[in-house]
Design a protein around this ligand. Structure first.
Ligand code: ATP
Ligand code: MG
Length: 242
């Protein structure tokens, strides 16, 4: 099946003072795809995803989301959702109050917002925690709330920076199921991770990044076929060549 391209990245670079954190990276992401950004610590994954999510302007190059340039952040922000690694909510507000607050920031109309909050609480399995203070949630529940906040305005694209870091295997599994359900709703997902099992479980394709540069783009199955028996071995072998 031929799919539309949702994200186009061309020669994107970011300098932090004189240090090049992302160096002329180019790739495309199809609509509805789960696209992984994989690389060792300091590779430039967060810097790259923050440019796509319009937190940081690129130093050079171009990226478009559904045809709109990240150089026009005001227009792109309605199209994209963002769930950072750290908690993005207010601990002293309840789960529902947080969703309502972020919905109002995105100017989601009131009627729509009520329905959207119900949908999202169902999606992340936190209906029973609707009235609980966000700070009282478990680590895994907090990650799920972060994701729901990123989706409050029904974006076409969701960016996740290490969404499962520091949670136990059961919570990670629950998060994977949430991500599966978001994919079923045709949301395009770009996310960074260090967990190979997660890449195999979720990603349609992966871009491997090292030292700010793109090393290769492929499916998890192809990476194993070409570079190693396991994905971890393939990853290590591939980076050792560069
Ligand atoms: N605000 C900043 N100022 C200066 N250097 C920065 C800044 N943010 C990141 N860097 C540097 O840019 C490089 C890429 O960092 P980045 O956080 O994008 O890597 P990463 O791949 O997300 O790493 P990790 O896996 O540890 O999250 C690193 O060398 C980092 O030290
Ligand atoms: Mg990072």
């Amino acid at each position: 099946m031929l799919r539309d391209t949702m994200i186009v990245v061309r020669g994107l670079s970011k300098m932090h003072n004189k240090f090049t954190a992302v160096d002329r990276v180019s790739f495309c992401v199809d609509e509805g795809e789960i696209y992984g950004l994989l690389g060792p610590n300091g590779a430039g994954k967060s810097t790259l995803i923050k440019m796509l999510a319009c937190f940081w302007p690129p130093s050079a190059g171009e990226a478009t989301i559904d045809g709109i340039s990240v150089h026009e952040p005001g227009k792109v922000k309605q199209l994209i959702g963002w769930a950072p690694q750290e908690d993005s909510f207010y601990g002293k507000l309840t789960v529902e109050e947080n969703l309502r607050y972020f919905g109002s920031l995105y100017r989601v109309p009131k009627e729509r917002l009520n329905a959207r909050i119900d949908e999202l609480l169902d999606l992340i399995g936190l209906e029973s925690k609707r009235g609980a203070l966000a700070e009282s949630l478990s680590g895994g529940m907090k990650k799920r709330l972060n994701i729901a906040i990123g989706l409050i305005h029904s974006p076409k694209v969701l960016f996740l920076d290490e969404p499962t870091v520091g949670v136990d295997p059961i919570s990670r599994n629950q998060l994977w199921k949430v991500i599966d359900r978001i994919k079923q709703q045709k949301v395009t997902i770009v996310y960074t991770t260090h967990y190979m099992a997660e890449v195999e479980r979720l990603c349609d394709r992966v871009a491997i990044i090292q030292g700010g540069r793109l090393v290769t783009i492929d499916t998890p199955a192809n990476l194993k076929r070409k570079y190693g028996r396991t994905l971890e071995e393939a990853f290590v072998n591939l980076l050792a060549r560069h």
